[in-house]
Design a protein around this ligand. Sequence first.
Ligand SMILES: [Fe+2]
Length: 222
Amino acid sequence: MSEPVIDRRRFLGALGLAGASAACAGAGGTPEPDPERAPTPPEIEGPFYPVQAQKDRDFDLTRVEGLDGVARGEQVWVGGRVIDQHGAPVEDAVVDLWQANAAGRYRHPEDPSRAPLDEHFQGWAIVRSGADGAFRFKTVVPGAYPAAAGWDRPPHIHFKVSKRGFVELVTQMYFPDQPLNDIDRLLLRKTPAERTAMIARRAEPGADGLPLLDYVIVLERV
Ligand SMILES: [Fe+2]
């Protein structure tokens, strides 16, 4: 019976997780918790957190309540999951998110961009995770925008995620396969593992055929 234990140590060691073996219950067929996961890296909130009253903050950012049009840009679903550092789902977390429109402009009075506003783009949403930690929203891929001379921010979505008993997380989610990711001054400050955690992954599209991105948020307990 000792052989599987040795194998597990070897496996964890290969992952650089040997220290996590103490957290594994293992004996008698009890399911073992996942190895410790790093909390999602934080990132600056930026200057464009929404400040204007807005009634429609639902999961569909591609339409604004009371208007007939649809937001300009490439539509995409983001399917997220909020978990704790052991991989357990975090239910009823408040996921507050905001982003630029497809032209790279925020609906914020301080945004100096001359790119056009889009009255059909909601720009801001507050959704909650379900019992399985999952949340989802439909949006458009935000445009890149200049942050300083010689620096264009890659497409990204800002997040503020909160739940009693956990450290509030303010971060930014990036899109896969974006060349600007490789030269972004904020992303470049992160380690390779942190960058991987902050860039959403492509998943199989759903029935409507729109691209689906998978984004996992790991919250740290207080
Ligand atoms: Fe931003």
